[in-house]
Ligand binder design. Structure first.
Ligand SMILES: [Zn+2]
Length: 401
């Protein structure tokens, strides 16, 4: 099998992995029979940095080793879409900062992913390093990496960072929808720390040293700028989109932040949720709440259903998500964008054409249509994120030696 210059090849040579030749060989089976988008989805690694399977199963268990009626992720659909390494979100709701119990819940969610692997070792394997993702590629197993969404379970103790690193967590989203003991949140009007807390600043350094990626999705602008100023390695936005399409929505990144992120060497992983990619969808809930208030009724399930009949939810499309990718590429180049779909995390708000983990070939076909080369597409699918992750690993290895 002849390989053109691919991100896989670049990664292999960068990481000097002996298993690479073997894994690339495994991908060559039957590829010739597939259409281009499906071939690319199967031939290269796809990393999606934010999928909310653990919390979805915590709320309502389903067997994702087989096709499920609900949700956006299961093994058959992931295989069909060519997904290799989803970061399973160890999501801790913001309220746990006040009530306690975040450490407990995080451990339980991690346990649930280990149980999934133990129950279907032919379909899933844990992955806590770039080497493991590469080595398991082509094995038919989906590598489950883990990222912790909300640093609440750290509870102000660096030994907890060590604990969750040992359990396999490889990124921490510093805060979620409310400010916590680490950082201010973009959703929270209280700016308790004007960015990162003193402990948060210490934590960024400790995360660098241990090899934990810093995720700046959800944090306030001040916290973002402080994190990139302190971090010695590139940071990620695990599931964020662009503010230029959703003005005033601080949860997304503006152009100045994208430039700072690129300068830092980091990567923004585009969130697919309609409310993240179009202004119309972003404002939908607020407009509905206002309508309920005006009518003097509660914004409950019955009202929501009635409202949606006269005001259908404005689903975004695949093209809008491609616009976000284009915007990043035009502004800062091809090396700083990837995918962080937020599947299983944004309810019924996913764009037409990107409804579940079987949809990555649609994204790939759309990128080809817009003139992206195969090499560039591979950077978006995983190359950029894997480069950052490898840099984070290398920095930590150097600190340890
Ligand atoms: Zn989130």
């Amino acid at each position: 099998m002849k390989f053109q210059l691919s991100a896989m090849t670049i990664l292999c040579s960068t990481l000097l992995l002996s298993s690479c030749a073997q894994t690339m060989q495994a991908t060559s089976n039957n590829l010739a029979e597939l259409n281009t988008a499906d071939r690319v989805a199967q031939q290269y690694i796809i990393v999606d940095t934010h999928i909310d399977v653990p919390y979805r199963l915590h709320k309502k268990w389903e067997d994702v080793t087989v096709a499920t009626a609900n949700g956006e992720f299961d093994y058959p659909r992931a295989q069909q879409g060519g997904l290799n390494a989803p970061f399973m979100s160890i999501y801790i709701p913001a309220s746990y900062e006040r009530t306690g119990g975040g450490y407990q819940l995080a451990n339980q969610l991690i346990d649930s992913m280990e149980a999934l692997v133990a129950r279907a070792p032919d379909k899933f394997a844990m992955a806590s390093s770039t080497q493991q993702v590469l080595a398991q590629f082509g094995s038919g197993k989906i590598s489950l990496a883990m990222g912790m969404e909300n640093g609440t379970p750290i509870e102000g103790k660096l030994e907890n960072l060590q604990h969750f690193y040992q359990r396999g967590v490889r990124y921490i989203t510093l805060a979620h929808s409310e400010s916590n003991h680490i950082s201010d949140s973009s959703y929270d009007i209280r700016r308790r720390w004007q960015g990162l807390s003193p402990f948060g600043k210490e934590l960024v350094v400790a995360m660098n040293n241990i090899g934990m990626m810093i995720d700046i999705s959800h944090v306030s602008d001040d916290a973002f700028y402080q994190a990139v100023a302190i971090s010695k390695v590139p940071v990620i936005a695990s599931h964020s989109s662009l503010r230029s399409y959703t003005p005033d929505f601080e949860r997304n990144m503006d152009d100045d932040m994208l430039k700072a992120l690129a300068k830092n060497g980091g990567v923004i992983q585009i969130n697919f949720g309609s409310s993240f990619v179009t202004r119309q969808a972003n404002q939908y809930n607020a407009l509905r709440k206002a309508a309920a208030q005006q009518a003097g009724v509660e914004d409950n399930q019955a009202f929501r259903e009635a409202y949606s009949k006269t005001h259908p939810y404005p689903f975004a499309t695949l093209d809008t998500v491609l616009d976000h990718i284009d915007h990043v590429v035009k502004l800062v180049g091809i090396n700083h964008v990837g995918i962080g779909s937020d599947y299983d995390g944004v309810g019924d708000s996913l764009p037409i054409g990107l409804k579940d983990v079987a949809s990555y070939p649609n994204l790939i076909a759309g990128l080809f249509k817009r003139g992206y080369s195969e090499e560039d597409i591979v950077k978006i699918l995983s190359g950029n994120l894997m480069r950052v992750w490898a840099e984070v690993e290398a920095y930590a290895a150097k600190q340890a030696s």
